[in-house]
Design a protein around this ligand. Structure first.
Ligand code: G3P
Ligand code: MG
Length: 237
């Protein structure tokens, strides 16, 4: 089972920063999940929200600023005691991840703003770094996942959901995706068994920061995406 760190080690460090990714690995994560948007000049950047206000000292939409402008901001606003952190580009992350055994879950954050061409840009960088085997693309924008599959059907994709889809396994199978990424509240043993029968992996993410993640082990998930990879590591040991 893969121990994915949600936005890096979000429980203890500024989310979606290189520090949070490094600390996640130190804490025992063997997977990292993060969110990707496009900057004004078409660069892939790692940040959760469409807007800068919650996690940085900037104001505006991410897509209204160039990469250079974005990287002048401090992304550790939620952790004032922490040293200044930059918004990472996807390229910087790949420089860090290349050669490591880590599985990377790139969430395309394109449900609200459907960034044109984001799938091609992510794909080109995956190819440049020859990292395809260790990537899972996910999104709440399922049309975008289909676009990704149309670019290269070999790239593994996960259907993100926080609602209670009717016969979710049929939906995911019909889309031709390898994984289902449900919020923990919308999945149970019965649903998990249906996914197993259909040979679709289950990477469960947690809609609440702190949780007894171990109670989801009987569902035999392929991965857990949590804010505390250290806690998951502990019970996996
Ligand atoms: O990919 C799982 C999870 O990250 C989805 O929700 O809002 O944390 O990106 P969010
Ligand atoms: Mg995410």
């Amino acid at each position: 089972m893969i121990n994915f760190a949600h936005r890096g080690f979000k429980g203890k460090y500024p989310e979606n920063t290189m520090l949070a990714f490094k600390k996640a690995i130190e804490a025992g994560a063997d997977g990292i999940e993060f969110d990707v948007h496009l900057s004004k000049d078409g660069e892939l950047v790692i940040i959760h929200d469409e807007t800068l206000e919650r996690t940085t000292d900037g104001e505006a939409l991410v897509c209204e600023k160039t990469l250079e402008q974005l990287q002048k901001l401090n992304a550790s606003k939620l952790y004032p005691d922490c040293e200044i952190q930059k918004i990472p580009s996807l390229r910087e992350y790949f420089e860090f991840a290349k050669g490591k055994e880590i599985i990377t879950n790139i969430e395309l954050k394109n449900s609200i703003i459907d960034y044109r061409g984001i799938e091609e840009k992510v794909y080109e960088l995956i190819k440049e770094y020859d990292i395809a085997e260790k990537i899972i693309i996910s999104s709440f924008n399922h049309q975008s996942l289909v676009r990704f599959k149309n670019i290269d059907p070999k790239i593994k994709c996960g259907v993100l959901e926080s609602s209670r889809l009717y016969k979710a396994w049929e939906y995911v199978k019909n889309l031709g995706m390898e994984y289902y990424h449900p919020m923990n509240f919308v999945v149970d043993k019965e649903i998990a068994e249906k996914f197993a029968e259909n040979d679709i992996g289950l990477n469960i993410w947690f809609g609440k920061a702190d949780y007894d993640y171990s109670q989801y082990l009987p569902l035999n998930p392929s991965g857990l995406i949590t804010d505390y990879p250290n806690k998951v590591k502990e019970f996996l040991n």
